[in-house]
Design a protein around this ligand. Structure first.
Ligand code: FAD
Length: 296
């Protein structure tokens, strides 16, 4: 028999976490696959389970001081149905798994699973999301990029639970997300690209670029983004090969059952180009024309 605890409150859950070497389980959509042993066989859980998916404290989704606080137990369906969640994040969520899986899968589980192909991660990295980690000793708040330390590795302590994710309540004017997979639905990610930017007077005011599934963790470079800010979209399009070269040095995919490293790298750089050439430049030109009154 698999042993487990089903606390009623977060306080109780944290006490159990401090007392026993146990494995948190929210929706179980990652864990049940990872620990499966075969048809009709019970999964291979070596530690008692700590059920947390039902805890009311982990279900909250609220805006506090222009920051979106998402409980770690909030399921993907509820994020999709929320008016608080930015459209670009919803676009990403809608491409994850299937409706039945999204009814179980939690955002906290996607983060703590720390898969290089975790689909919420490029957005959370791009937004400089912070994670709230709680134990009976208190809480610490750290950037997601510091929390995920490698493939399937996090900085989560044995006594802690991820309780909340905090993202700024900010939306960008220009957004492009592409998930490359085998098919449209129920597809595991071969490569993912997210580009978001604000452009004013033909110049880039803010830009966020993140690649998923093409390195040990999400690829995002503050240094490259900063070098782009303030430049005109025209100059950026002219310099696209230099920007592409800089990202190429950071994109280090692997060959696996889903795809080849060469394909992953090539398609990621193509998507980067598409973002600058088709998306950013086009929208920027449109805005200029609108401000000149050439078009409505
Ligand atoms: C059919 C199928 C399709 C899928 N498609 C996609 C997809 O398209 N994109 C994608 O990114 N993923 C996909 N997944 C993976 C999975 O559904 C997601 O990663 C999901 O968000 C995991 O959430 P969960 O609540 O089920 O996590 P669980 O399986 O419960 O937990 C996952 C890990 O996180 C830990 N954990 C969970 N919550 C906490 C917490 N609050 N504090 C500390 N540790 C915690 C657990 O101990 C475990 O190590 C798919 C899975 C399946 C089975």
């Amino acid at each position: 028999m698999v042993k487990g605890f089903r606390p009623e409150t977060l306080k109780e859950a944290l006490k159990l976490r401090a007392q026993y070497d146990c494995l948190p389980i929210a929706g179980g959509t990652d864990l049940m696959v990872q620990k499966a042993r075969g048809f009709a066989l019970k999964p291979d859980f070596r530690k008692p389970l700590l059920f947390i998916g039902h805890l009311p404290e982990l279900q909250r989704l609220e805006v506090i001081n222009r920051q979106i606080h998402i409980g770690a137990g909030v399921i993907l369906t509820d994020l999709l149905n929320s008016e608080t969640i930015p459209d670009i994040f919803k676009e990403i969520l809608a491409l994850m798994a299937s409706p039945p899986s999204r009814n179980l899968a939690s955002i906290g589980g996607n983060i703590c699973n720390a898969s290089p192909a975790g689909d919420t991660l490029p957005y959370l990295y791009a937004m400089d999301a912070q994670v709230v980690l709680q134990s009976t000793d208190g809480e610490r708040i750290i950037p997601i990029a510091g929390f995920i330390t490698g493939p399937k590795q996090t900085d989560l302590k044995n006594s802690e639970l991820l309780t909340k994710i905090i993202i700024p309540q900010t939306e960008f004017d220009i957004n492009m997300y592409r998930k490359i997979g085998q098919r449209k639905g129920m597809s595991l990610t071969k490569a993912a690209f997210l580009g978001m930017a604000n452009v004013a007077d033909g110049k880039i005011q803010d830009i966020r670029i993140a690649f998923g599934s093409v390195a040990q963790t999400v690829v995002r470079s503050g240094k490259i983004e900063q070098s782009i800010v303030g430049k005109s979209t025209k100059d950026i399009v002219k310099n696209i090969s230099e920007i592409s070269r800089q990202y190429a040095a950071l994109i280090r995919p692997i060959d696996d059952a889903r795809s080849s490293a060469a394909y992953r790298k090539k398609v990621s750089l193509r998507l980067l180009e598409e973002f600058f050439v088709s998306n950013l430049a086009k929208v920027s030109n449109l805005r200029k024309a609108q401000s000149k009154g050439d078009i409505e």
